[in-house]
Write a protein that binds this ligand. Structure first.
Ligand SMILES: Cc1cc2nc3c(=O)[nH]c(=O)nc-3n(C[C@H](O)[C@H](O)[C@H](O)COP(=O)(O)OP(=O)(O)OC[C@H]3O[C@@H](n4cnc5c(N)ncnc54)[C@H](O)[C@@H]3O)c2cc1C
Length: 414
């Protein structure tokens, strides 16, 4: 595959852009693969990428029922941070954040990583103590964060109202090298790299059954026929319960809609990401100028990928206290995704009761940020049977009570 470069752009400009190749192939499935990954979201694609790059396994198919990146990966608000409380979380999220720093160069695809800084506002004394604790934990974990004063918050975000009617801003947990990236570019970049390694990205192909013989996986049934494999990775976010059911085991996961919305584009007014977890809302400004706004999950389980009016009202009402200027903005569009939430708000990256089936799910409201770290670790687990990055996130923790409690970090804080 031809590399993208300044020279390539100049060359194509001179010949009316007639020479660009398709970024990835769209092959029919083969009869058998060494590895099948179900789900061409960020986590599935990153897993395939690292299987090839780090472990030399390239006879791989990534099977997607819709279009690649069309699930949560293309629907999220793109916040990337690694300021989690527990050690296993900090390790995998910081690995991911550091891989985002060089992702555009590694994939030769501009994913527009923007380390503009993320702040999580402390608006109650309880939150002040919680975030100070997280900053101390992060210092021990090698994750650079700090607790900053209201004055510093105002310097970084001039449009903020520090003295809200219900909750004043008492400070914030600040991670300067956190930020955002272009979500679908992440999926496209990985898909292009996987295709370049000879892997098959098969879209519009739904997995409808998982076949096993004698307790070991042998393949899947799909809308494009039966496909055999030696190993299977299930990486389907909100649909993981369904796929696990097909494979013959259960997961401690709930599927819940999560919504977001964007305003009309306006001139640059905020160049950091702000999360206000007490009032339940967060906001950043996209490169196009839209204010990207999100809140908490819907209060019920479901599989809808739509927005609803009550969500706009609740989220904007909360944010208006902290950002009075958004009261005058028109909202442009909203949407929803189906997030997969576990009891301890931490993901599952694990072997399963069926031999050679591996599961990667439970990223809930915050799995965009972890895509490269998750792919790195999950590929290692699938290739070798063990990864230090994923070990603590195995399924057995729910039986053994070894929870990785990130309920504060993952409640509304994406
Ligand atoms: C509104 C919203 C805002 C969010 N904001 C953030 C944020 O700011 N920061 C952050 O870190 N995270 C955020 N998240 C969470 C993040 O988007 C997800 O955790 C992450 O994208 C999950 O990636 P994935 O690859 O596991 O799943 P997905 O991207 O959903 O990919 C799974 C794929 O599996 C496919 N699939 C399902 N069933 C089948 C089948 N039977 N056969 C074949 N294919 C199948 C689906 O079509 C889908 O494409 C947000 C999510 C939403 C919805």
């Amino acid at each position: 595959m031809r590399r993208y470069s300044a020279f390539a752009i100049a060359r194509e400009a001179a010949r009316y852009h007639s020479g660009w190749e398709r970024a990835w192939a769209s092959p029919d499935p083969k009869k058998k693969y060494d590895v099948i990954i179900i789900g061409a979201g960020g986590h599935g694609l990153a897993t395939a990428y690292y299987l090839g790059k780090n472990h030399g396994i390239t006879n791989v198919a990534i099977i997607e029922k819709g279009w690649l990146g069309g699930g949560n990966t293309g629907r999220n608000t793109t916040i990337i941070r690694s300021n989690y409380l527990q050690d296993p979380s900090a390790a995998i999220y910081e690995k991911a954040r550091s891989l985002y720093e060089t992702m555009s160069q590694d994939l030769n695809f501009n994913v527009m990583f923007s380390p503009r800084g993320v702040m999580m506002l402390a608006q109650t004394q309880h939150e002040v103590r919680g975030y100070e604790r997280t900053a101390h934990a992060n210092a021990l974990q090698g994750v650079t964060t700090e607790f900053i004063s209201p004055t510093r918050v105002k310097e970084l975000v001039p449009i903020i109202n520090l003295d809200g009617p219900r909750y004043p801003v008492l400070g914030a947990l600040w991670q300067a090298r956190a930020g955002t990236a272009r979500h679908d570019a992440v999926a496209w970049g990985y898909a292009r790299a996987c295709s370049d390694m000879g892997m098959d990205v098969i879209q519009k192909c739904e997995v409808t059954g998982v076949r096993n013989e004698g307790g070991k996986v042998v393949g899947v049934t799909t809308t494009k026929g039966q496909i055999d494999c030696d190993k299977l990775g299930i990486v389907v976010a909100g649909h993981c319960g369904d796929l696990a059911g097909q494979a013959g085991f259960r997961l401690p996961v709930e599927s819940v809609p999560l919504q977001a919305l964007v305003s009309e584009p306006i001139k640059p007014c905020m160049d950091v990401v702000v999360m206000a977890n007490t009032v339940h809302g967060y906001m950043s400004q996209s490169d196009k100028g839209e204010m990207v706004i999100g809140g908490g999950t819907d209060g019920h389980n479901g599989f809808t990928q739509r927005g609803s009016f009550h969500h706009i009202e609740e989220t904007v009402r909360a944010l208006v206290e902290t950002f009075p200027m958004i009261a005058r903005l028109k909202m442009l569009r909203q949407w929803g995704g189906i997030v997969d939430v576990t009891g301890d708000r931490s993901p599952i990256l694990s072997k399963t009761p069926v031999e050679s089936i591996f599961i990667n799910c439970g990223w809930g409201t915050g799995g965009f940020k972890s895509i490269p770290g998750s792919g790195f670790g999950f590929a290692e687990l699938m290739a070798t049977g063990y990864s230090p990055l994923t070990e603590a996130f195995n399924l057995d923790r729910f039986k053994e009570g070894r929870f990785i409690d990130e309920s504060v970090a993952a409640g509304v804080a994406h």
